[in-house]
Write a protein that binds this ligand. Structure first.
Ligand code: CMP
Length: 263
């Protein structure tokens, strides 16, 4: 029996793993990373940027990945450090944050199983754009920069999916910026909509529908503002792409995003 101890250098620490090869007479039995790569490939199917790839292609990408575990509250990535790896979440969730000049934490996103992070600094060669901290015990598959870049070059379908993901992220950031232009009273209207969605809404694929949205004067009373402010806020929220209205029906387009902006 031979025992190999390998070290995977991660950005914030090193992880040791032990590969044990049992030798029982002849022929030799190797416990190699093929089985693990196939398990990882299975998971990769659920990651949007790899969704167009075939099983064999996924297995070949998975062979370059290693699994790493973090406990709750650990930093996986620190803002302004050099980026060397990209991460795919197989278990748990993380928050992506930046710190303001006064040291206040701003949450940019909360992501979970099937999501990935750490690609930005690999793509533009700049330092890490944000911190990434675990919200619970979390496992990630780690891909080094060279393998990440080689994957994009080898599989244009992955590059196109990645562009789609970055476009979705840009749209969400546009929404966030739009919400910054709302006044306090208009934000209270947003909060009211959120409460009504929690009480009466029905959720389907991230959209929440409120079938009988209350009249504007009732919302005004709930939000402690005037009917005119409610009317203006609803128009602004609709123009910014947060909600859609049709008669008395109101739909929140992306409930989680809406919750982040107004709760
Ligand atoms: P990178 O800059 O390498 O390290 C921090 C990571 O956080 C970044 O790559 C992205 O993967 C992720 N990130 C940064 N900004 C956002 C955002 N607005 N929404 C979601 N993820 C982000």
């Amino acid at each position: 029996m031979s025992v190999h101890i390998n070290t995977i250098p991660l950005e914030n620490r090193s992880v040791n793993y032990i590969l044990v090869i049992f030798t029982v007479n002849e022929p030799l039995f190797y416990i190699d990373n093929n089985v693990e790569a196939m398990d990882h490939a299975d998971y990769l199917k659920s990651v949007s940027i790899f969704s167009d790839l075939k099983d064999a292609e996924l297995t070949s990408i998975a062979k370059n990945m290693s699994l790493s575990s973090f406990s709750k509250g650990e930093f996986i990535v620190m803002e302004e450090t050099e980026g060397k790896q990209c991460f795919f979440i197989t278990q748990g969730s993380v928050k992506i944050t930046r710190s303001s000049k006064e040291g206040r934490e701003v949450i940019l996103a909360i992501i979970t199983v099937g999501d990935f992070f750490g690609e930005m600094s690999l793509l533009d060669g700049e330092t890490r754009s944000a911190n990434v901290m675990t919200l619970e015990e979390t496992k990630v598959l780690v891909l080094n920069r060279d393998d990440f870049m080689a994957t994009l070059e080898q599989y244009p379908r992955v590059s196109i999916q990645l562009l789609k993901e970055l476009t979705i992220r840009l749209r969400k950031s546009d929404l966030q910026i739009a919400s910054l232009t709302l006044s306090d009273a208009e934000k209270r209207v947003g909060l009211c909509i959120l409460r009504l969605a929690d009480e009466q809404g029905t959720i389907k694929r991230g959209h929440v529908k409120i079938r009988k949205f209350p009249y504007q004067h009732d919302i005004a009373n709930m939000a402690g503002t005037s009917r005119e402010t409610v009317s203006r806020a609803l128009v602004l929220l609709e123009q910014s792409g947060f909600i859609q209205r049709e008669g008395r029906k109101l739909t929140i387009i992306d409930y989680l995003q809406f919750q982040r902006e107004f709760d």
